[in-house]
Every structure is written in structure tokens, then in C-alpha cells.
Design a protein. Structure first.
Length: 253
């Protein structure tokens, strides 16, 4: 592709990156917890701590006015376990340890009833990656492009990673408590059409972002060293908040 050969963007589009000082991961607390619930579900199954768990499952948290209102866990299970046992065990072994105080939270476990059949047996078809789960779980704007299956010349992926890297480091270095970085690209063009960065007060800190980071596609690939085989670890539990991914590194700026 000519656009890639000259260092331009491999596609057009808009990408967003976000960070907040709410958690050590510099992500919203609800996102950290919902991924912990999903990972905890897998761990309980693989470690044999809940014998009736099966591989398919999903987790969800709803937040109202900054407080968790509902925790939902749906999981595949053996046919002989009761719904009462499922809710009781998941509450004790998964939800309570991660959420802590659940006294004023509605707990939903398999709200449609039995979930015996899972995976492709129960729900076939290819819908593509769940882009909101891979990013900020609907709390932050998304440009619409998925990540997985794309090489780093596609700014859907590399641009979003750089936006997160910039937002995270602007927060980590004290330029903002919250930061939303927005990028826009034209196919074949190296310079972004737009670089914006907004802090928690709604103020633009774009000039700071542009002075500290290079958002050209080739520069992003080189800065984050994106041509390495590092992407398997991003196949589950989101692409952000994992310490050994390059766009999660905190640097002095």
C-alpha cells in the first residue's frame, strides 16, 4: 500500500485514549473491576475451586453517580447445579472478594436461567471483536475501529494505543487528573488531521500533548515497538491496564 510505504496512515478514522487517576492502572474503577471479575471466573474454573463452572461466561457492572449499582455474572455451568447454588457460590467466591461491600448492590447471576450450552454450540456466527470491551467499556468515546487482526500500520490500532499512552503519561506526570486524547487520520497522510487532549476541567491541553508525543504512524510504531509478537496477551480482558504492554509504560515527559 502506498500510504504505508511513505509512512502515512494505513486507514482513515478517529481514535481515542483515556486515563484517570482513579486507580493505580489509571483506568476507571468499574473497568478494572469488571475485567477482574472475568479473569476471576476463569481462575476459579481452571484452579478447580468451582467444579461446575464451564468456559463460556461474561461479566458486567453498572455504575450510577459514581457508585456500583449492579453486578452481573453469566456463566456456563454443569446441568445438575441449581441456580441458587450458582448465585450463592459466585457471590461468595468471586463477587464479594473483588467488589468488597456488596450490601447495596444488586447481584445478578445467570438472570435468564440455565446456561448449560455455551461457545459455538449455542451461539454461532462471527460478529468481530467487541470494541467497547477491548477499550473503555462504553465509558469513553470510541472511533469504531477494532484492534485485533490489524497490523500496526492501521491507525485503528496503533493510533488508539498511542492515544492511551499519551493520556496515561499526561496523567502520570501531573498534567491532568483525567485526560481524553482524540486523534484523527487521513489514509496515506502522516500528520494527524487532529490532535486534541482534554483534562478533567474540560480544558484543552493539546499543545502539551503535541509537544510531548509524536502521533505520526511510523513514529508510533517505532516508539511503542509495535512490530513485535506481543498481542496475544491483549486477546482477553481488554487492551489497557496491563503493565507489560508498551502503551501502558509510564515515562517521564
Amino acid at each position: 500500500m502506498q500510504g504505508v510505504d511513505i509512512g502515512g496512515a494505513g486507514d482513515q478514522g478517529m481514535m481515542y485514549g483515556f486515563a484517570t487517576d482513579e486507580t493505580p492502572e489509571l483506568l476507571p474503577g468499574a473497568i478494572v473491576k469488571v475485567h477482574a471479575l472475568a479473569k476471576g471466573l476463569e481462575d476459579l474454573r481452571k484452579e478447580g475451586k468451582i467444579s461446575w463452572l464451564r468456559p463460556d461466561g461474561k461479566t458486567q457492572i453498572t455504575v450510577l453517580d459514581g457508585k456500583i449499582k449492579t453486578v452481573l455474572v453469566s456463566t456456563q455451568h454443569d446441568k445438575d447445579v441449581s441456580q441458587e447454588e450458582i448465585k450463592k457460590t459466585l457471590t461468595e467466591k468471586l463477587i464479594s472478594p473483588i467488589i468488597s461491600d456488596i450490601s447495596n448492590i444488586e447481584i445478578l447471576a445467570n438472570p435468564t436461567g440455565k446456561f448449560v450450552q455455551g461457545g459455538f454450540e449455542a451461539d454461532t456466527g462471527l460478529t468481530g471483536r467487541k470494541i467497547m470491551v477491548d477499550t473503555y467499556c462504553g465509558l469513553i468515546t470510541h472511533g469504531g475501529g477494532c484492534f485485533s487482526g490489524k497490523d500496526p500500520t492501521k491507525v485503528d490500532r496503533s493510533g488508539a494505543y498511542m492515544a492511551r499512552f499519551a493520556a496515561k503519561n499526561l496523567v502520570a506526570n501531573g498534567y491532568a487528573k483525567q485526560c481524553l486524547v482524540s486523534l484523527a487520520y487521513a489514509i496515506g497522510r502522516a500528520e494527524p488531521l487532529m490532535v486534541e487532549a482534554i483534562n478533567e476541567k474540560g480544558e484543552s491541553i493539546a499543545e502539551t500533548a503535541k509537544s510531548k508525543f509524536d502521533f505520526k504512524p511510523k513514529a508510533i510504531i517505532e516508539k511503542l515497538n509495535l512490530q513485535r509478537p506481543i498481542y496475544q496477551q491483549a486477546a482477553v480482558y481488554g487492551h489497557f491496564g496491563k503493565p507489560n504492554l508498551p502503551w501502558e509504560e509510564i515515562v517521564k515527559i
